[in-house]
Write a protein that binds this ligand. Sequence first.
Ligand code: GLU
Length: 331
Amino acid sequence: MKTLLSAFILLLSVSILSCTQQDTDQNASNLVQKTRFVTIGTGGITGVYYPTGGAIAKIVNKKRDEYGLRCTVESTGGSVFNVNAVLSGDLEFGVVQSDRQFQAINGQKEWQDAGPQTNLRAVFSLHPEAVTLLAAVDSGIKTFEDLKGKKVNIGNPGSGQRENSIDALEASGMDYTKDIIAESVKAAEAPGLLQDNRLDAFFYTVGHPSGAFKEATSGRRKTLFIAIPHTDELIKKFPYYAKAFIPVSQYPGAENTEDTLTFGVKATLVTSAAVPDSVVYAITKEVFENIDEFKGLHPAFQDLTREGMLEGLSAPIHPGAMKYYKEVGLK
Ligand code: GLU
């Protein structure tokens, strides 16, 4: 009897002890959960990615106590930088051009040597982006062919637009290393350089309206959007390109009177397979359930639809996002 009693007491104390341990673990994980910070990599502050990251963070942070999640936004060099930072774990999310997402998952262009980036995951797509070329009127550039011999910014190496500029030039038989004086500065610097006569033209793949083109078209030096030729061939050759145009009415300072034809892609949100489902679920759910409020946060979002936000994704959809899409019948 005595042995039985002491065995019982021992069992009781062990279970009390382990309970306390479990509670402590639970409290600790609640605390960790409360302070979980996730960062969204965007682009230059005069682009649309930066306010896009801000819009996502604004919506998600309203529920920060519920999810134990706090989103912050970082200005970066753009799509290529964001893909790599997400894959290395430096950032949890990144806004990335749909063509760059495709190239990364398939091991093309910047990822040719490293091969397919199999940990990349898609979350949803966002606004359309147009490959946009703006020239100074006094540089004498009236058509795309006139770029020959001119000082043109094609984009910094971490940007999405750099490859689009190269593709556009090649479609017109131009080699960026020979036929133009190519500059590689960040898009945020290009408007100032153009206005200072240190650039004749610059490319930027961006949603409209954007701060960069507002700045570039409202200076003393007059400017003109230049149409990009051979877009049919580009679209045929590359599965990720589509026809697009620049809505010139959004830039009354430019000399154009008609919308300018070009090609374009979509902005998308990506993450890594290593980011927990609960985090991706929370972000997806909050943006989708508050889509009207979200659309009001930037004019480039005006045509977004929940169905459309599942188009343009080539990496596998992250299971956290997929859980939400299945719940609401979008998948
Ligand atoms: N499309 C650009 C890039 O991938 C960024 C555009 C923006 O910041 O809105 O680098």
